[in-house]
Each structure stands twice: as structure tokens, then as C-alpha cells.
Design a protein around this ligand. Sequence first.
Ligand code: NCD
Length: 305
Amino acid sequence: MLKNRSLVSISDLSEDDVNNVFLKADEMLGYINNSKKINIMNSKILATLFYEPSTRTRLSFESAMHRLGGSVISMADSKTASVSKGETLADTIRIVESYSDIIVIRHPLEGAALLASKFSSKPIINAGDGSGEHPTQTLVDLYTIRKELGDINDKTITIIGDLKYGRTVHSLLMALIRYNVKINLISPENLRLPDYVYNELKNKLNITISSNLEKYIDSTDVLYVTRIQKERFTDKNEYSKLIGSYKITLKEVDKMKDNSIIMHPLPRIDEISPKVDITDKAKYFKQASYGIPIRMALISMIVGD
Ligand code: NCD
């Protein structure tokens, strides 16, 4: 049961919770496809508090709440909010909890959503805390694999890109512990998984670490591509050196097996050639569209009657 619970880490959810979200998302997808109006969130308010840029996550949460018949209040730009006057996160949360029924927060600092959950009597959803986690993206990612490939089990999942700072990768790997999967982690040496994440996973997942995609591409079922997280680098020269260090082009797509797919949490910078978009392997826009049924499912399970 998710009723009244916060979602800070993907580990907060049991296998049953995750499966129940997927079942509910299927139901929501049915409503969306039939343009059926549902009013189950009538009189409920969702607040989005975004201290970092976002397109998909904030808009899909807001769209999901509107589709459920609820209302939305939003702080989309921290520069125009009281935080710019020096208000603490704790104080902001104490106020916003009295204005809403559920709060979605994105913040540049790891642990911010956890902190927010300690000061709020209303459920908090972590929409990204620095390089920490992004649990709702993981639900979207797992749902996409399930929808596009039928099952998550028995798949080889190759994750390429910024494994160090990429919060979607951290949450996804933690969730994949529950499945029978083979994981290849491909990145430049400097962008390997942080030790604290690797140590959590190493005895629970079958992981291969490499800098060479070539060796693993033809056995991959899911190629999960991420961008280099420019905003997390303290040394911008370090970032400049890594630009263009990996790129998925039609050459890579040609080597992939039948029925394999390419995913990306987006935004994409230059790590997937736009030419790949029209191939049947490209599922990243579909993946983004699943953000709506998944977030409708979550909101309705957390604040619904
Ligand atoms: C991701 C994020 O914010 O971590 N974006 C998203 O929510 N889809 C990935 C990224 O910014 O690279």
C-alpha cells in the first residue's frame, strides 16, 4: 500500500508496490487512450517545488494531476521564490505542506527530498536530489522495458554514459537488484559508478564494467544511454575533456540484435545521433510518454481514497 507514503528512494518500494504501480499505470493508459475523463483527484492539490531545471518530470507530474481531475500549484523557478531571500528548505516545506496534499521536489543537493520528508506531514516525492536518486524515472524506465520487451527478467541491460553523477542510473540499478538481469556498465574511466553505489550492488547484481561498448553491443537487449551531467562538475575543464567521448549512431544500431531497444531518460545532448530516432530501436520518446500513466498511478495510489 502506497497510501500517504513518501517516495524518496526506489528502495522504499517493495516488489509488490512496483508491480501494483504498473497495474495501475496500465489502467491509466486505458483512460488516456480512450480520452476518458477521470475525476478521482477532485479537490486535491499537488505542489511541484523545482530548485533545478526540468521539462519532462515537472510537466508530466502536473499533466498527470490535471488528467486525474486535481489541481496543481507550482514553484518552477527558485530564483523568484523566497529561497532567493534565504528561506530554508525546512521552512518552505512547512508552508507548502499546508497548501497542498502531495509535494514533488527536485533539488540540487543529495538528501534534500529525505530532509523535506522529515518536515512534512504530507507525502513527498523525490523528483531528483543532486546525484542521488530519481525513483519515479526508474518506475518509468522499468515500465518501458516491460511494455516494449514483455518482461524485465532475463535481459542484458547495457548502461552507457555518466554513471558517476547520473541519478537515474543509481535508482535504476538499485531497482534492478530484484530482477534476473545481466548488467554492463560502460563509461569513460572518470565517470564510473561511485563506490558507495557500487558497493551496494556488487554482491546482488551480475555486473561487468568496461569502457568499450563494442564488445557488448550485440548481446544487449536494452541500451540505456545517459548524458554527461555537466551541472555536477566543479571543474568545467574536466567536463570539456569528456564531451563527445561516446555516441550512439546508426553504426551502433546496426550491430544491435533484433527486438533490442534504446532508452534515454532525456534530455539528450549529443550522445545519440538524431538519425537513430527513426529506427525501430529508438524508444526514448515513448519512454517519456509513459511518464504520464506512471505518475497518474503513483499520485492516485498515494493520495487517492
Ligand atoms: C534526468 C534527471 O533529471 O536526472 N532527466 C529526467 O528527469 N528525465 C536525466 C538528466 O537530466 O540527464
